[in-house]
Design a binder for this molecule. Structure first.
Ligand SMILES: [Zn+2]
Length: 235
């Protein structure tokens, strides 16, 4: 928010419709968005020493070559990050995804994370889940990242045909010949040929969802994969 006019209108709106921090519920200052500065600074940041070899990329060793992987915050039950994810997914607040997407973008751009990435792919929701929620939270994270990195977002090259990955453990994945995929390519996926894709999701837990998405997208010739999530619950 830069122009004096916009600041003026927000200041007026804040009088009648005070904006509250999604974590602590206090009134936000004029320049704060979704989170107050105090809550933002208390979030448990992740600082992987390397983007190419870290606990996230380790999950894919022997399955898919992942060029880079990063996550912004540690996921802890009952903690602030959990509250933000709840707001993003269940309280009709996609805007918090956009704000935190921009936060991720700023944090990682300076470190060269987006260098050589061609296209951002938010992990799709099924049509039913998207209809229920009214939006795809990963898309809003992706929009925020795109606003900072300048990398285009592609939302229609791949679709989700089922909600959840099977309970297959990742170490068993490689040994299975026919894994039920939860995603399917669309006709527009040919535009991704030869591109370096950055897959964006809200939380990384077992990695099964990302793995399934890579498994589907590998049918596009010459694609390479990097991964970014808002939270890391991998321990
Ligand atoms: Zn707060």
């Amino acid at each position: 928010m830069s122009s004096p006019l916009r600041r003026y209108f927000r200041a007026c709106a804040d009088v009648f419709f005070p904006r509250l921090c999604v974590v602590c519920g206090t009134r936000l200052a004029l320049d704060e968005e979704q989170l107050c500065i105090s809550c933002l600074h208390q979030l448990p940041l992740i600082r992987f020493a390397s983007f190419s070899e870290n606990p996230m990329t380790d999950r894919f060793v022997g399955l898919f070559p992942i060029i880079k992987a990063a996550s912004c915050f540690h996921y802890q039950k009952g903690a602030a990050v959990n509250q933000i994810l709840f707001d993003l997914k269940y309280r009709d607040n996609p805007q918090v995804g956009y704000v935190l997407g921009r936060f991720m973008g700023r944090m990682l751009k300076a470190k060269g994370f987006f260098d050589e990435v061609d296209v951002i792919i938010p992990v799709p929701l099924s049509r039913l889940r998207r209809w229920q929620r009214g939006y795809n939270q990963s898309e809003w994270l992706a929009r925020g990242v795109a606003a900072i990195s300048g990398i285009p977002v592609c939302r229609n090259a791949v679709k989700r045909v089922r909600n959840n990955p099977s309970q297959t453990r990742l170490d068993r994945w490689a040994r299975m010949e026919n894994v039920d995929s939860i995603f399917g390519l669309t006709r527009r996926s040919s535009a991704l040929s030869g591109k370096h894709l950055l897959l964006i999701d809200d939380v990384f837990t077992t990695g099964a969802t990302m793995l399934s998405l890579c498994d589907t997208l590998k049918a596009v010739p010459g694609v390479r994969f990097s991964i970014l999530t808002l939270a890391w619950a991998g321990g």
